[in-house]
Design a protein around this ligand. Structure first.
Ligand code: 5GP
Length: 241
């Protein structure tokens, strides 16, 4: 499968056409941005880690019956995915209060919720990805009622699978962001990525942050944290084989 024309460049990934109209190649960069692009930097090796981690987690989710866009890893940074039309919603699942939730509602970071919670934002950089509710999403025609239901159901399922997996690695899954897409026949599948860029992952014993918050909050040791979380995952996956 060869890379054709570049059809999109995002903050952390590029997307290329292939000779099959139903397939695309995603290529992960080391670029890091935060606060809607206001903070910019680079994390050496991040693209490789995010590519491999996202693929491993999507493969695992597929075995549990969660449909994803993943097809095949092509290289350290490149992955073949099914072409989707992205649903312009960012779905955030939270198990523990942190980040914008703590700030918005005044709930101390680290407060464990009795049940996982979910929120959706309108995926729109120009507007800063504002929060919206399901009625807004329907009013704006961003998704159908059935699609919203499917997205919520899959998101909570994915949370249960990821929580259990990370727990077995000695890591607490605090929260994460998902994006979904429509295949050409309308089927909703998980798209985008699942990585330390899109998840909060805390060492279960020490609480050490092993994710992009190290970059966002200038905590230092960003590259080391990405390497450490990857090593934890590989150790666990190796043990499963
Ligand atoms: P928060 O809303 O607290 O900033 O983020 C909640 C979770 O979603 C975090 O795990 C964060 O990494 C992820 N997240 C939310 N919005 C974005 C985004 O625009 N880009 C990325 N990479 N992750 C996001």
């Amino acid at each position: 499968m060869t890379k054709g024309e570049q059809i999109y460049e995002g903050k952390a990934k590029k997307v290329f056409a292939t000779d099959d109209p139903e397939l695309l190649i995603v290529s992960y960069k080391d670029d890091a941005t935060a606060f809607n692009g206001l903070k910019r930097g680079s994390v050496a090796g991040k693209g490789v880690i995010n590519n491999k981690m996202s693929n491993a987690l999507m493969r695992m989710l597929e075995t549990k019956g969660v449909p994803t866009h993943f097809v095949r890893e092509l290289g350290d940074r490149d992955t073949l995915v099914r072409r989707v039309q992205i649903v312009p919603l960012e779905v955030i699942v939270r198990n523990i209060a942190a980040g914008s939730f703590s700030k918005r509602y005044g709930v101390e970071e680290g407060t464990v919720f009795p049940e996982p919670t979910i929120e959706i934002s309108y995926k729109n950089d120009a507007l800063g990805d504002p929060l919206l509710n399901e009625y807004h999403a329907l009013a704006m025609g961003l998704a159908s009622p059935d699609e919203v239901e499917t997205i919520k159901r899959l998101s909570f399922r994915i949370n249960e699978e990821l929580k259990a997996f990370w727990s077995s690695c000695g890591v607490t899954l605090v929260d994460f962001k998902l994006e979904f897409g429509r295949l050409s026949d309308g089927t909703i599948v998980l798209a985008d990525e699942i990585s330390p860029d899109t998840c909060r992952l805390w060492d279960s014993e020490t609480g050490k942050k092993l994710d992009k918050d190290r970059f966002r909050r200038d905590l230092g040791g960003v590259e080391e944290a990405y390497k450490e979380i990857m090593a934890r995952m590989e150790e666990r996956m190796g043990a499963r084989e």
